[in-house]
Design a protein around this ligand. Structure first.
Ligand code: HEC
Length: 409
């Protein structure tokens, strides 16, 4: 089982695996914590660890790791086996208040703080909520982060998707957009840099999956350390010290869900799901007709009419998350070398399985069979596969072992 794409801080999970793999073994310390040095809350996590250690008169050891890595998930069994060998507690782990708890196999402390995605506006703007933005306003969001979804409920706003938070912030600072929706700690860190103070204003986002509780993750064997941590936190909360330690990145205590859990999509990995359904293994496809020889003609799997119909259906059902040009927004890009790569090992049936079982992510399986087939034809066309005389059928798409590799349009 793999965990993939934690909403924004998705890299955290992989990051923890990295710690467990590379962090080494804790030396004789009374309290050892893992801190993601790539997280905007790293400084806060460090202060918190120091304060807890001081409170407990404990020797502190900090394992720093780079959690900015890879978003392709990792093996949980492996993770669980390793958990606890590198540190007692992983600090600053954000858990979506509207969704799940700790990663399976691990325990989470009582939340000690909360933060999340926020609306950011220039300080001279009077807008304080999404509803106050005039129709047609451009709002910057970062690729594959949760706020891309908010355009579904706010169709009067225009998404301006950026590849990084830094780029979204630049668009806002340069007045290219009216607002941005970003991870609060990143914005706070930006505002702490010289010359940016007071430039932007931060407002809460009352949308699903915007609020996160901060916890420490631990392996059950470290229950005693976790208990001591929670006690120290309770004392510091009572004295007001905790609030000072968390500011300005987070506030103390936990937040409640905006909507009951399970309304939006589940964050389970579509790729993993398709693999397990289709039984695809990451071994090379040996089928003779479709060797990856450059002069091997690509198979014509669909008709031009199907692709045309598919384009319209894609626009209607998928573009809000995958972008009108398949470039990716809340969901990944569905075109190009990053999507249909040799490395991804996709076959037509894998992608089609994802479509029919998981998409549209808000209402999986809700489209008629023909619509899914037409959309598949459109995806093939956009990834460079030729149209032919023979129609693609639902059953063929579900069983096709043709490799999906980007061939330019
Ligand atoms: C509400 C947003 C949303 C809508 C609408 C949506 N998707 Fe997705 N889609 C996602 C997200 C998020 C993922 C990534 C899920 C994951 O990897 O766990 C995804 C993943 C996929 C993938 C797998 C891509 C990969 O590289 O792993 C395909 C294919 C896909 N979507 C196709 C579609 C199609 C076709 C439609 C329309 C019928 C659609 N999606 C509608 C959000 C959406």
């Amino acid at each position: 089982m793999n965990l993939t794409r934690h909403p924004r801080p998705r890299a955290w999970l992989a990051a923890i695996a990295a710690v467990l793999l590379y962090g080494g073994t804790a030396a004789a310390a009374d309290l050892s914590v893992c801190i993601d040095r790539s997280s905007p809350t790293a400084a806060m996590d460090t202060r918190l660890a120091q304060a807890v250690a001081q409170h407990e008169h404990a020797m502190l050891q900090i394992h720093r790791f780079d959690g900015s890595g890879d978003d392709d998930g990792f093996d949980l069994d492996h993770f669980n086996k390793l958990a606890g060998h590198s540190c007692d507690l992983v600090l600053g782990f954000p858990i979506d208040a509207d969704a799940h708890g700790a990663p399976p196999g691990l325990k989470a402390s009582t939340p000690y703080g909360h933060t999340g995605f926020v609306l950011v506006t220039p300080s001279d703007s009077h807008v304080a909520s999404l509803d106050q933005l005039p129709d047609g306003s451009s709002v910057a969001v970062t690729y594959q982060t949760t706020p891309n979804l908010y355009f579904i409920d706010h169709r009067n706003l225009v998404a301006d998707v950026h590849l990084s938070d830094a780029s979204s912030l630049r668009a806002l600072a340069g007045h290219k957009v009216q607002a941005a929706m970003l991870w609060e700690p990143t914005v706070r860190r930006y505002l702490a840099a010289p010359g940016t103070k007071g430039r932007l204003r931060i407002h809460p986002l009352h949308e699903p999956h915007a609020s996160f509780n901060l916890v420490a993750l631990y392996d059950a064997r470290h229950q005693a350390v976790a208990d001591a941590f929670e006690q120290a936190i309770a004392t510091m909360q009572a004295s007001g010290r905790l609030a000072a330690l968390l500011a300005p990145y987070a506030r103390t205590g936990a937040v409640e869900p905006v909507r009951p859990a399970g309304t939006a999509w589940t964050r389970r990995s579509a790729r993993t799901f398709a693999r397990s359904c289709a039984g695809t293994t990451p071994t090379a496809d040996k089928s003779r007709r479709h060797r990856k020889d450059d002069d091997d003609p690509l198979p014509a799997l669909y008709t031009a009419t199907q692709a045309d119909l598919g384009q319209a259906k894609f626009k209607e059902n998928c573009a809000v998350c995958h972008g009108p040009h398949l470039e990716g927004r809340a969901g990944p890009a569905l075109k190009g070398a990053n999507f249909a790569s040799e490395e991804a090992q996709f076959h037509v049936r894998d992608i089609f399985t994802i479509l029919v079982h998981n998409m549209p992510a808000t209402e999986p399986g809700s489209l008629p069979h023909d619509d899914y087939v037409d959309i598949m034809a459109f995806l093939l066309q956009q990834n460079g596969y030729p149209a032919g005389q023979q129609q693609l059928t639902y059953d063929e798409a579900l069983s096709s072992k043709v490799k999906l590799l980007y061939h330019g349009e």
